[in-house]
Every structure is written in C-alpha cells, then in structure tokens.
Write a protein that binds this ligand. Sequence first.
Ligand code: FES
Length: 84
Amino acid sequence: MKTATHVGAVLPKSPPGLHLFRFCRAEACQSMGCDTIIRHVENRLGVRLGETTENGEFTVDQIFCLGRCTASPAVMLDGNFTVA
Ligand code: FES
C-alpha cells in the first residue's frame, strides 16, 4: 500500500476553511521574521497554526520551505504566493 505524502506539510488540526494561508517556517523564512508575521495573523484571526476561524473563512497552516527562500518570508494564500 502506498501512502501519498508531501515533505514539510503539516496536517491541520481542524477542517480546512474557505481560504488557506500557508506560512513557510524553514530557516530562511525564520531568519526574515516569519514568526512575527504568523503571530500577527494568528492574533488578528483568533486562531493558531493548523486551526480554522470559527466562521470557516480562513485556515492558517505552516509548511517548511516553499522554494521561495530568496524572497522570504514566503506565504501562500489559496495556492498563490503573496508578499509578506
Ligand atoms: S525557507 Fe521559506 S521558502 Fe525556503
């Protein structure tokens, strides 16, 4: 039996919301302050990494390297890169 995996992906703690934020937390992005941005978004939305807002609108998740290290900190929203 084969199991599909994605290196660096972390399973969310709750069902996914309508929109998915994925914050890179690997070394390059950590050195550029990703944790500060993550804390801001968590506080703004009232959730922690892996959780979905009560209204089901947003899920905040983490990943380890999106391949955009030179443009760190890297963030994806609904599969598209955004500027952090
Ligand atoms: S370390 Fe964040 S994109 Fe590579």
